[in-house]
Design a protein around this ligand. Structure first.
Ligand SMILES: *Cc1c(COP(=O)(O)O)cnc(C)c1O
Length: 347
């Protein structure tokens, strides 16, 4: 037996009650449509297995990942037929894998539709591009006979600007409605988290929230319904007393103007606490805000402990990670704040 590994100096607390409450709120806001869950990129960095298990138990029956490897990682967590793979079959090997596992590919092009036909694939989803010009079948190709031969469960499109008041939203919605007359399908889906707030005309049969499940607020009117889910925490690994004129960190960007107490926290840009937090981030201990001093480095960040004399080596501090506020302060998107959290945080 190898010796038991002691716990790491980083924790990522997932508030599963808040996660379930957010999914229930988004399901309710989706009206007659059901809410699914985007769990790609390891559920935005929070751990797709854990998130999918919790949401399945809460009643969620549609899960979206980008890569086949992400779907494979969930096969013993949720039924394969509830998982759709957004990037679709890029190769015959992907199509074979889908056939053998029962995972549902999202077909994004005539090329992918042909691959799926040649694999004698069955039920699939179809993504049509209504103006984002990213992944998805161009509307002009909808009439191709290879598309008519598909057995489509969900006819999807994806909004480019649902978090803004742009006429592009209505343009995309109208094209998605028109596409529904051209392809036989069981269900239709358009809205991501922000799209849910655009109202019933955008809901179809199924919505695909991601960021709002995890505490992100893409539109201000959703703020009262969405709770914080992820709380990263890190351990203080050393404390020090400074005097006026002492400097902190690489390139000495902070200089003490009087006696103060500082703490070295085991968290750095390698953990996703990027250098944009230098000199402006904050951590919390028992409600006290402890500001970041000087540059964030790879494995360490220094905080001001002057107002928290009770915090010592081995104590934990919580990152101020309310996503809308953290996004405004750091300049990172709410999505980046979550997906950047590094691998040294246990999931
Ligand atoms: C990521 C993604 C979503 C979820 O988007 P959020 O803005 O996180 O709610 C929905 N649909 C598709 C196609 C996606 O790629």
């Amino acid at each position: 037996m190898p010796p038991e590994l002691p716990p790491p100096p980083l924790r990522l607390t997932l508030d599963t009650d808040a996660l379930v409450a957010n999914w229930c709120a988004l399901d309710r806001l989706s009206g007659a449509a059901s809410a699914g869950a985007a769990v790609k990129a390891d559920a935005y960095g929070l751990g797709a297995r854990r998130v999918s298990r919790v949401l399945h138990a809460a009643g969620c029956r549609d899960f979206f990942v980008a890569h086949w490897s992400e779907a494979a990682n969930l096969l013993d967590v949720v039924p394969a037929q509830e998982i759709a793979v957004l990037h679709g079959p890029q190769s015959p090997a992907d199509a074979t894998f889908a056939r053998e596992t029962g995972l549902r590919p999202v077909i994004n092009s005539l090329h992918q539709a042909r691959i799926w036909h040649e694999a004698e694939g069955g039920l699939c989803d179809l993504m049509v591009d209504t103006g984002i010009n990213r992944l998805g079948l161009p509307l002009a190709e909808l009439a191709d006979p290879v598309i008519a031969g598909l057995q489509v469960d969900v006819l999807h499109s994806h909004l480019a600007s649902a978090d803004e008041e742009l006429s592009q939203n209505e343009t995309q919605r109208a094209r998605w409605i028109a596409a529904q007359d051209h392809v036989q399908h069981r269900r239709a889906s358009l809205a991501n988290s922000a799209g849910i707030a655009l109202g019933p005309a955008y809901h179809g049969d199924l919505t695909r929230p991601g960021i709002a499940l995890y505490g992100g607020v893409p539109r201000a009117e959703m703020a009262s319904q969405i709770r914080q889910v992820a709380r990263p925490e890190a351990q203080v690994i050393q404390t020090k007393e400074l005097e006026a004129g002492d400097q902190v960190g690489y390139n000495a960007t902070f200089t003490a103007n009087g006696p103060m107490r500082i703490g070295v926290v085991s968290l750095g840009y390698a953990d996703g606490y990027l250098r944009c937090w230098s000199g402006k981030g904050a951590m919390l201990a028992d409600g006290v805000r402890l500001t970041v001093l000087g540059r964030v480095s790879m494995d360490m960040t220094v905080i001001d402990l002057t107002k928290a004399p009770h915090v010592g080596e081995g104590d934990w501090v919580t990152l101020d990670y309310d996503l809308p506020a953290a996004s405004r302060l750091s300049g990172l998107s709410q999505y980046e704040l979550l997906t950047a959290l590094g691998r040294r945080f246990p999931r």
